[in-house]
Each structure stands twice: as C-alpha cells, then as structure tokens.
Design a protein around this ligand. Structure first.
Ligand SMILES: [Fe+2]
Ligand SMILES: [Fe+2]
Length: 222
C-alpha cells in the first residue's frame, strides 16, 4: 500500500502544499526492467501530450475560442501531472529523467485539434493504458501500477463527453464549440492524479480519493 505524507510539490506553476502519495521508495536499480521501459515511454508520451495541449490552447485563443483553449489548458495540466507522477516513480528506481523536447506538433485548426484531442484521449482509455497495465502486470510494482491506474481512470471520467465531441465536432463544430464556450465556468484538476472536473466533489477526488485541498482551479489562458 502507498503511504501518504505532506510534501512540497514543485514543478507545477506554483509550489503548493499538497497531500500526495509517497513515491520516494527506493528500489534496487534494474530490479524492474520492464516497468522501467514502460514508464520511460509513458513519461515521454505524457510530456508530449502536455506540450501538444499547450499548443492547441494557443491555437484556440488565436481562433477565438477561449472556452476550448481553457479546456485544452486543463488537459495540458492533467498530462503534466501524469508525466510528473511517472517521473517520480522512475526517480525511486534510480532512473534520471532526461528532458523531453517540445517538438513541432501537428497543429491544425481548433476544429481539427478538438477532434484529434478526443481521438487521442479515447485511444488512451481503450488501448494505451490497458496495454501499459498488461505490461506492468508481469513485475507488478505497486507504485507503477497505481499511477498508471490513476492516469487511466482520470481519462475514463470523460468517456461520454469525449465520445460526443468525436461524434458531433466533424459536422457541427460551431454547436459543440458554443456548448463548451457557454457551459464551462471553470476547470479543476487534482494535483495528485490529474482528474479534471468542472465542480468540486463533495468529499474527495473521485479518482485517487485524496482530500479536496489537492483539487485546484486552473487559471484560464489569457
Ligand atoms: Fe495522461
Ligand atoms: Fe485525484
């Protein structure tokens, strides 16, 4: 089981006192080769997704869709948290994180980017995370499985919305955009697991069950 403790979580825009699962367990280097390979790959993919959503948000602002830009900013924050979580588990395994480059992304119009985001997120839910968990099962390292399960469950929260974005955006983009623009007052992201929501839950994060003080309002882009 993971133990819990207060730590200063740096690396996000502001250092914040939050209650997070302990990831400082030190493992013998090379003891989990398959887990290490999976986590390295996952960390790179999550970081690339973070950069991509930052670029999508910039494009949405340029195209005049601040609400969609805000949604992409929330996604970018969640992906960054997933990436940092994998980085912490790797650090516990003695694996140093190498910088991931913010490469050129395939940036389209906001309509294209929204379709792409829904398609990528659905692929994560249906293919990527289940595949990772299958690979991790062989070595069954608790922390790797826990953080991957968190990441998977955060994406599963939005399955319904993602499917309707994917279904309706190609032919009815303006209606989808209007709905996003008009109906979202705020996005909140759990700093432990990356769960993204529009309302503060009653008692704890629905994904990681950590207390409400870990759920922060994301600032909209300007
Ligand atoms: Fe993710
Ligand atoms: Fe959470």
């Amino acid at each position: 089981m993971l133990s819990r403790r207060f730590v200063l979580q740096a690396g996000l825009a502001t250092a914040t006192l939050v209650f997070v699962p302990r990831t400082s367990t030190v493992f013998a280097q090379g003891a989990y080769p398959q887990t290490e390979a999976v986590l390295r790959r996952a960390r790179e993919a999550e970081t690339a997704a973070h950069f991509q959503y930052v670029a999508f948000a910039r494009q949405a602002m340029a195209d005049g869709y601040p609400g969609i830009a805000y949604l992409f900013t929330a996604f970018a924050t969640a992906e960054r948290i997933h990436s940092l979580n994998f980085e912490k588990v790797l650090a516990g395994m003695g694996v140093e994180a190498t910088p991931v480059e913010d490469r050129d992304h395939r940036i389209g119009t906001t309509k294209e980017n929204l379709i792409r985001a829904a398609t990528d997120e659905l692929a994560s839910v249906n293919v990527v995370y289940p595949g990772m968990l299958k690979e991790l099962a062989a070595e069954a390292m608790d922390e790797a499985v826990t953080f991957t399960t968190y990441a998977w469950n955060t994406e599963k929260l939005h399955l319904g919305i993602l499917k309707s974005i994917q279904r309706w955006t190609p032919k009815h983009f303006e209606a989808v955009a209007k709905k996003i623009e008009n109906e979202t007052a705020q996005y909140l992201v759990c700093q432990v697991c990356g769960a993204t929501m529009i309302k503060l839950p009653k008692s704890a994060c629905p994904v990681c069950q950590f207390p409400l003080e870990n759920i922060h309002r994301i600032e909209p882009p300007v």
